[in-house]
Design a protein around this ligand. Structure first.
Ligand code: ADP
Length: 233
């Protein structure tokens, strides 16, 4: 059984009498433990798709089943539980709380996630134990993204959702962060979904889904994806 299934999912934004179909009858199945890249140009609908999968938004039409549960009909409270338990988020601009230390940022998830892992251990695994008492503004972009990886993993979700996770980093730092993210996802057995317009990230994925104008154009399984070290970043 797939861990994620989209059945004829559409998301239509309405303003006045104007309708914008950000996602248009999307069908897809994602399997557990895979590294999936959703690729497409700006405005294709990638973030809309990720927001629906993350329970940050609900579809206008269709059904989204995650881990055997239909999330398209959940109430706001039920969606909050879903976000706390099933999905971890990594965003382009880190979304750390500026007034909390690095350790406090990661520990925050203990308040919402029932199966949270040790914040200190996660910080150790991303190599930031020495920075646990620093504030986010005292860290580089790459370090802040490593904190957000530790935070997403500390929630202990089944699925990691990443929206342009290296988009705000220089190429060299981006590759290091990406390698860390993939190593941690594998070590902890997570399904990982990255949305990006970076074609290079697609080269190392198990599955590449191409989106354009709100539709899935192709879904390709790569039998032997390149390793991050083989890609000419
Ligand atoms: P991508 O992530 O691929 O750049 P998005 O999912 O952000 O694409 O956007 C897809 C389309 O939906 C775009 O045309 C965008 O302008 C529109 N859109 C996204 N969010 C909203 C919103 N909250 N209200 C109205 N239109 C939106």
């Amino acid at each position: 059984m797939p861990i994620v299934e989209f059945q004829d999912v559409s998301r239509v934004y309405t303003s006045g009498d104007h309708e914008l179909r950000a996602l248009d009858h999307v069908n897809m199945q994602l399997h557990e433990g895979r590294f999936i890249v959703i690729l497409g140009p700006s405005g294709a609908g990638k973030s809309t798709l990720l927001n629906l999968l993350g329970g940050l938004d609900s579809p206008t039409e269709g059904k989204i089943v995650v881990d055997g549960k239909d999330i398209s009909t959940l109430s706001n409270n039920e969606l909050a539980d879903y976000r706390a338990q099933t999905v971890g988020f990594i965003f382009q601009f880190y979304n750390l709380v500026p007034t909390l230390t690095v350790l406090e940022n990661v520990k925050l998830v203990e308040e919402i996630a029932p199966n949270a892992l040790s914040a200190s251990q996660m910080l150790e695994e991303v190599g930031l134990s020495d920075h646990r008492k620093n504030f986010p503004s005292e860290l580089s972009g790459g370090e802040q993204q490593r904190v957000s990886i530790a935070r997403a993993l500390a929630k202990n979700p089944k699925i990691l959702l990443c929206d342009e996770p290296t988009g705000a980093l220089d190429s060299e730092t981006g590759v290091l962060v990406l390698k860390l993210l993939l190593r941690m996802a594998k070590q902890y057995g997570k399904t990982i979904v990255i949305v990006t317009h970076n074609q290079n990230i697609a080269k190392i994925a198990d599955i590449v889904i191409r989106v354009k104008n709100g539709r899935i154009r192709s879904c390709e399984e790569q039998a032997s994806p390149m390793s991050a070290d083989e890609v000419d970043w």
